[in-house]
Design a protein around this ligand. Structure first.
Ligand SMILES: [Zn+2]
Length: 371
């Protein structure tokens, strides 16, 4: 049965989004715990573990979502984990706590999948797992993704947040610098396009010192080479301590040229660019109104939820400046357009050319799951 977009939204309790009426009361009716007059929101960027892979858990997350009026939430692990070095007396918990390195940690996806599967269906329906636990410079990265789909076929709704250029985090990550146009990601983008999955990237478009978006071309290369893949540029490509005066125009230009580009306004881009000092910058309003269906908000939490309501509530002044139907999209339905029910694609995966050992390992894994 094919559902129209309106029917899908109604089925998800987002009838107001389907009719594009004003946000607020109508939407809050669909969720009893929503703050009075508040929007029902989708959190499009949420890590359910921290940098040492710890977490307060999904049950607790659901409670905080209820309090914050968040109906739907993307969930993902963190693809890197922080090492506790011999010389460090104090165990680190955040990647910037000391100079020890981080390394890619594939089990993050297994943890997310198992925690998600343990929830009742009503709660699973509000969470949208993405997988991320691979090294994006490894040309075998696609094998991890295939393995995760083999082990947990009914779990994944997207790929990411893939950790690419990320200033201090890149400097602390062992190995090659990861970029959006690295050849290791070509089969990942192709896999995502075949299965209609969004791919979320953390890929800084500039750096802390230069005032131009010197790495924007890397993201554009990926978008141009994979026009069938929906790519979400997390934080609109912005990172800590950026000072690129043209950033809103740069991102607007990229979105104009590349219709497969979406952005989320999670993390520091909000405080540093969109609403510095609490004053919403008109250039970002113009950008969002130009692409009202391709912008999302997110908390960028990492496994601990005390600040959850604050992290979602910070968007209210910004949402209030948007046209009502734009606000509904940005706060809620744009994310659901990416992860909501879709006709299941008939996927025929191309021959992998993997070494025989890897093929044997993945056969073994299927047997274990079936047993
Ligand atoms: Zn993130």
């Amino acid at each position: 049965m094919t559902m129209t977009r309106r029917e899908m939204l109604q089925a998800m309790g987002l009838a107001a989004a389907a009719t594009a009426i004003s946000p607020g009361a109508a939407l809050s009716k669909t969720m009893p715990n929503a703050p009075k007059g508040g929007l029902i929101k989708s959190d499009a960027h949420c890590h359910v573990v921290d940098f040492i892979q710890g977490s307060e858990g999904l049950k607790s997350l659901i409670g905080h979502m209820d309090q914050a009026g968040v109906a739907h939430c993307q969930i993902m692990g963190l693809p890197v984990t922080k090492k506790w070095d011999r010389i460090d007396r104090q165990p680190p918990t955040y990647y910037l706590d000391n100079d020890s390195r981080v390394y890619f940690y594939g089990s993050t996806d297994v943890d997310v999948a198992r925690a998600y599967q343990a929830l009742p269906a009503s709660e699973r329906g509000r969470l949208h797992p993405f997988l991320c636990g691979f090294n994006p410079t490894d040309q075998y990265a696609i094998n991890h993704i295939r393995r995760m789909f083999d082990w947990f076929p009914d779990v994944w709704q997207g790929i990411g947040e893939i950790m690419l250029r990320h200033d201090d985090l890149t400097a602390l990550t062992l190995g090659e610098t990861a970029t959006a146009d690295h050849p290791a990601l070509d089969p990942v983008y192709a896999f995502a396009a075949r299965r209609n999955l969004p791919v979320q990237l953390h890929s800084n478009v500039g750096n802390k010192r230069l005032k131009e978006p010197v790495y924007l071309y890397e993201v554009e290369n990926a978008l141009a080479k994979h026009p069938e893949t929906t790519i979400i540029l997390a934080h609109a490509g912005v990172s800590r301590s950026f000072s690129i005066p043209t950033i809103a125009a740069d991102i607007k230009g990229l979105m104009t040229r590349r219709p497969n580009l979406w952005i989320d306004l999670s993390w520091v881009v909000y405080e540093e660019c969109v609403a510095p000092g609490g004053h919403v910058d008109e250039r970002w309003i113009e950008l969002v109104e130009e692409f009202p269906r391709r912008v999302m908000i997110g908390t960028d939490m990492i496994g601990h939820w005390a600040d959850y309501a604050t992290a979602i509530g910070k968007y209210y002044p910004f949402l209030a400046k948007l046209r009502p139907e734009t606000a509904v999209g940005v706060a809620s339905s744009n994310f659901m357009d990416l992860v909501g029910p879709k006709p299941s694609p008939t996927v025929t995966e191309p021959a992998t050319g993997e070494p025989p050992m890897l093929q044997r390992l993945s056969l073994l894994s299927s047997d274990v799951v079936k047993a």
